[in-house]
Design a protein around this ligand. Sequence first.
Ligand code: ZN
Length: 293
Amino acid sequence: MSIDVSPLARALEATPTPNLLVVTGAGISLASGIPTFRGPDPGAVWSESVMTLGTRAFFERDPVESWRWYTSRFGKLHDKLPNPGHRALVELEGWYRERGGPFLLVTQNIDGLHRRAGSQELVEVHGTADRVRCAREGCSFGAPDGSLPREAVDFASFVADPSPDTLPTCPGCGDLVRAHVLWFDETYDGHRDFGYDRVMEAAESFDLILFVGTSFSVGVTELLLHQALLRECPMFVIDPGEGPDLSRYTHYRSWPNVHEVKRFPPPRLTHLPAASEVVLPELCRALGVPARA
Ligand SMILES: [Zn+2]
């Protein structure tokens, strides 16, 4: 199926160069062999148990089971490679920044594939699977700004024999280490690495937003979608699914006069219903962005 990328290409070529915000979700990593949480793909792992297992409360209750689950998940991410969608975003970023365009990529993925592909202006807003941190806040290897590469901690004994005695510990203070990801019962501002300040700043300043492979089910996409509608910014969605459900964005309360209810302006949304590993390289070709060797 061929998708017409020209409306998006024209929007990116506009002068003055718009402040571009790209937001990616699990859909972009599907072609790298990483199943989504919520998507319709056969490997989607979303279930009620994710909401239980992916919490700080669960880790505090049962760190062995929490780490057993994470080591099995992270172990599967280790050998995954960036796909043409990740690589096209690197090319797009280089081209865009050369033209003087402000560019930021915010990903919900913890697989590290954008970083591995070479994206520079990148916020991994849900953390990353290749780092861990001390569970004790205030430790230099813990929140609010400390973390460690996963290799710096011994996981071998735990993987061989998961038990309270083999749980990986912090080299600084001996407390347990935890996954360096945002859990469902935590807030985005819990760790500096999650870059939430940059996201908030971008939310106020973007002129053009491109959503790639996201199911619009997490807080950050909701916030950005809301901003795009309110500020009448052009939005593009690359995803084989349905695209965002805008039906609940009919009215909003104005600020600071919250008693005044206003109607959202009509959305400026263009949906390109195809896989990102096809559309993004196609977009680069349409823009004449040179492919990296
Ligand atoms: Zn520590």
